[in-house]
Design a protein around this ligand. Structure first.
Ligand code: IMP
Ligand code: MG
Length: 336
């Protein structure tokens, strides 16, 4: 087992970097007291694959495979009670899920608003109601989760719990959602999500101050994808993206993702905005098929090694984890 520091995991590009897999791996390899979700809400889709079984998570953090990890959702996150209840039930997590009473609630009307007009046609949102719910939150007119009876069994004071664990020296994993350039503050306005999603914001979502974070792990996929509208440098045609195997389908929306090669300038800015101390690169096997399933860095092909080393040198941050397949343990771990 590897000693885990209190770590916040952040998407380096436009979401869908594979944070779910990385969080799942970290939670399995370390003794994680709690995995805590920050970020926007159920517009995120995190996928965990383990022993051929696929878990799709929109509300519950991706530390589910480590049975001793509590699964928490911080007050900054929007909660759709139906999605929360369904996920907890489907994956039998009811005893481990804890949600803050100050989470704002996504109601049916928010979902309807998100599926029409400007948000749908111009921005291309996920249609999950997050933008309109955050808008109500800012107007101080929406509901809070503490008022919702159907989820009362999950309610807990998350900032107190998280700080108590960290102060005791118990490692906590904080899971961000979306990606740096979908941030309302730092992203490609107006094609962004409804709040900031960089490292500081994610920590704030769960009530943890900046001095209590040991590591900021920024996750980059080995290529860039984007779902919805907005700029993407050197975008491939649909055909070329399909040929490369880079044309993915969204977990939440089922929409095809647009694709482009790894963008070093964007990655540099991401490192700056998040004060990254560690990097993970996912889906290296999609760019270099010969590395599929490899678990040791030395066994990578020369091209794949060079790709990783170029990133490390250009960004000046160690690449500690490398994904070589969809399964949680298809991972090269260079922390040892
Ligand atoms: P919203 O967050 O649903 O309002 O959507 C705003 C923009 O962010 C759209 O381009 C969405 O496709 C994108 N987006 C939101 N959440 C995610 C995510 O988890 N992964 C990828 N894109 C996302
Ligand atoms: Mg996703």
């Amino acid at each position: 087992m590897i000693e885990l520091a209190t770590t916040v995991v952040i998407g380096g590009f436009f979401g869908d970097e594979g944070k779910g897999k990385i969080v799942s791996y970290l939670a399995m390899k370390g003794s994680v007291a709690a995995t805590v979700r920050g970020g926007v809400g159920p517009n995120a889709g995190h996928t965990v694959m383990y022993q051929g079984k696929m878990f799709k998570l929109r509300m519950i953090p991706s530390g589910i495979l480590n049975k001793s990890s509590k699964l928490m959702i911080g007050p900054g996150v929007l909660v759709n009670p139906n999605v929360l209840i369904e996920e907890a039930k489907k994956y039998k997590l009811e005893e481990r899920v804890f949600v803050d009473p100050q989470c704002a609630v996504i109601e049916e009307k928010h979902i309807l608003q998100d599926k029409q007009g400007y948000l749908k046609t111009k921005i291309g949102t996920t249609g999950t109601g997050t933008g309109p719910a955050n808008s109500d939150r800012v107007l101080r007119s929406g509901k809070l989760l503490g008022e919702i009876e159907s989820v009362s069994r999950f309610i807990a004071d998350i900032p107190t719990e998280v700080n108590r664990l960290v102060d005791k020296g118990e490692p906590v994993l904080i899971e961000g959602t979306q990606g740096t350039f979908l941030s309302l503050y730092f992203g490609t306005h107006p094609y962004v999500t409804s709040k900031d999603v960089c490292a500081s914001a994610i920590c704030s979502d769960v009530g943890l101050g900046p001095k209590k974070i040991d590591e900021v792990l920024v996750v980059f996929k080995a290529y860039v994808t984007r779902v919805g509208s907005g700029p993407i440098k050197d975008e491939l045609s649909e055909e070329a993206a399909s040929e490369q195997g880079w044309r993915e389908v969204g977990t939440v929306t089922g929409r095809a993702r647009r694709a482009a090669p790894f963008d070093m300038d964007l990655a540099k800015r991401s490192v700056m905005l998040n004060s990254a101390s560690q990097i993970a690169i996912t889906k290296l096997d999609v760019v270099f098929p010969e590395v599929a399933g490899i678990k040791e860095f030395d066994k990578l092909s020369n091209d794949a090694k060079k790709f990783v080393e170029d990133i490390e040198i250009s960004l000046g941050v160690p690449v500690v984890l490398i994904g070589t397949g969809a399964e949680t343990f298809d991972t090269i771990d260079r922390r040892k």
